[in-house]
Write a protein that binds this ligand. Structure first.
Ligand SMILES: [Zn+2]
Length: 170
């Protein structure tokens, strides 16, 4: 293929040199309308296409993310040994709450009440004994003694009850 083009300086079609310039010494920037002198077919040099096109958008290079180290499997903490006294307090609180008594854990002594007409205190001792003090002012005995005895017997605890009744009606 014989390169040719129109030289703006020469104002005519010219053959091009190896540098795509005019054979008369005008450089390539003065050439337009390239064509193949052998065939007469116009063409655009590859480099000219690249020049006239917008530069390709920059390829966004993904910033390598620091790959987090896999979380180590959490090692389950060993269950703390169950304090039998604490466990018994928990059971008693649940069971007493189930018969509608109000329970507070007051420094390890369970303070039990039903309004103003019944109150009790329960101490669970490491010796394996449960002490129950009750004071029934009025109304129906809520049955805390039987409940505490039942719970205690399940775990082999002994129960000592101190009951004080006042003005029990009926
Ligand atoms: Zn020229």
């Amino acid at each position: 293929m014989t390169l040719a083009g129109h030289c703006k300086i020469c104002q005519q079609n010219v053959f091009l040199d190896d540098s795509w310039g005019c054979v008369n010494g005008h450089d390539w920037t003065q050439i337009e309308g390239w064509y193949d002198a052998d065939t007469g077919q116009p063409f655009v040099p590859e480099w000219a296409v690249q020049v006239t096109q917008d530069p390709p958008p920059p390829v966004s290079t993904p910033v390598p993310q620091a790959v987090p180290a896999p979380e180590p499997e959490p090692v389950p903490e060993p269950e703390p040994p169950v304090d039998p006294v604490e466990a018994m307090r928990g059971v008693l609180m649940d069971r007493l709450a189930a018969i509608n008594l109000t329970i507070a854990n007051d420094d390890g002594v369970l303070s039990v009440s039903r309004g103003d007409d019944y109150s009790a205190a329960i101490a669970v001792q490491e010796s394996g004994e449960i002490l129950l003090w009750e004071r029934l002012v009025t109304g129906v005995d809520p049955g805390a003694r039987d409940l505490v005895r039942a719970v205690a017997s399940e775990g082999g605890w002994r129960v000592r009850v101190a009951l004080r009744r006042e003005n029990v009606m009926g």
